[in-house]
Design a protein around this ligand. Structure first.
Ligand code: PLP
Length: 393
């Protein structure tokens, strides 16, 4: 049976998160496992009005085939948004994609041959391992410290053997919630500039900063890179729209690869999103999300302090949707998962986020998708499960 499938399929792990979501899709289970925005954050009434307008006023164009690069005014809007934050981007350098996930796939398609080296953070975003993994690279992981990637290990890795790509998530990383300090951003830019490696900077959470100061992207200091953005966390993931920013010579290849994949992203959705962005108050919408997630994040941390045994440590993200918990040494998050399921609460054990095996005592908690009531009750259950596991070992 296995002979039926391309060899590359055997190397790609199934998404552990999706497997968990299947087990835990029951009403009495409180789940901190998924990576979903809060449904109350979706501006569905405004989107409905924007859709009505686009269909009734622009229907004949909006339902037609379109260009691979995407709806020009939307590309212009995105470019302007970056320019307002001090990042020089031209709309010609932007291509609309089906979420940033497609950007990852296209980067793999365009840059990776079998056995090329891809450097990733340890831990890293699971679906990036999947997307890039399909192109059969050799993954090498570089530890993630409190203030970003370990640049000493990165320097050695780059000296050791030439890497094709470095994949980073500098803002509110999935899964850890960690952000790079300004110093780390500058160091990475310098290292990449001095090597042949291409930086893939993935930034789906950048707009969801709810505390601390805005920091420039690595791209601010390194123009030649592949930068990925997304409307998933700003507006809605169901809309499936994101973008790639890259210079002309990269973009030419990326456009060809996207053409071969799907001709172009949903044109109707692009026009609806553009109408929404230009006719409604996006800042108000973003502030609503930020305020909501900050409260949920604060509550989750307060509940760890209240209900979890001492010796448990955690990250304190300044944005995004996740925090990362480390259990006392010797405890396994997989074992905790089994105890927690009996208490009707779930999360993702950290092992899922490592390319070459990782810390067994780590886990990812999502705080964006649950109401405060669920966070309180779910964390009480999880604290109880952790206490039980600690006693039994
Ligand atoms: C780091 C990271 N990159 C990319 C994605 C994919 O996002 P999109 O919905 O834009 O495809 C996610 C989604 O959770 C993510 O966490």
């Amino acid at each position: 049976m296995n002979d039926l499938f391309a060899k590359r399929m055997s190397k790609v792990p199934r998404s552990f998160v999706r497997e968990i979501l299947k087990v835990t899709d029951k009403p009495d289970i409180i789940s901190f496992a998924g990576g979903l925005p809060h449904p109350d954050s979706f501006p569905y009434q405004e989107i409905a009005q924007a859709a009505e307008h686009v269909l009734s006023q622009e229907g004949k164009e909006a339902l037609q085939y379109s260009t691979t690069e995407g709806y020009r005014p939307l590309r212009g809007y995105i470019a302007q948004r970056y320019q307002d934050k001090g990042l020089k981007v031209d709309s010609e350098e932007i291509m609309i994609t089906n979420g940033s996930q497609q950007g990852l796939d296209l980067a793999g398609k365009v840059f990776l041959d079998k056995d090329d080296i891809v450097l990733v953070e340890r831990p890293t975003y699971l679906a990036a391992i999947q997307a890039l993994g399909l192109y059969e690279p050799i993954f090498k992981s570089i530890p993630l410290l409190k203030d970003g990637i370990d640049t000493e290990t990165l320097t050695n890795a780059l000296e050791d053997s030439p890497a094709k790509l470095l994949y980073t998530i500098p803002n509110f990383q999935n899964p850890t919630g960690i952000s790079y300090s300004l110093k780390k951003r500058l160091e990475v830019a310098k290292l990449i500039r001095n090597n042949e490696t291409i930086l893939v900077e993935d930034d789906p959470y950048g707009e969801i900063r709810f505390m601390g100061e805005h920091l420039p992207s690595i791209k601010n200091f390194l123009n030649e890179s592949v930068f990925l953005g997304s409307f998933s966390k700003m507006i809605s993931p169901g809309i499936r729209l994101g973008w790639i920013i890259a210079q002309e010579e990269f973009m030419e290849k990326l456009v060809t690869a996207k053409q071969a994949s799907d001709l172009h992203s949903n044109y109707l959705a692009q026009r609806i999103v553009y109408r929404y962005l230009t006719e409604y108050n996006v800042e108000k919408q973003l502030n609503k999300i930020r305020e909501m997630y900050r409260r949920q994040r604060d509550l989750m941390i307060a509940m760890i302090k209240e209900y979890f045994p001492s010796g448990v440590t955690y990250t304190e993200p300044e944005g995004g949707m996740f925090l990362w918990v480390t259990l006392p040494n010797g405890l396994s998050a997989m074992d905790l998962f089994d105890v927690a399921i009996k208490e009707n609460v779930t999360f993702v054990p950290g092992e899922a986020f490592y390319t070459n095996g990782g810390e067994k005592n780590t886990l990812r908690l999502n705080f964006s998708n649950s109401d405060e009531g669920k966070i309180e009750e779910g964390m009480r259950r999880l604290g109880k499960a952790t206490g039980k596991l600690l006693k039994s070992t």
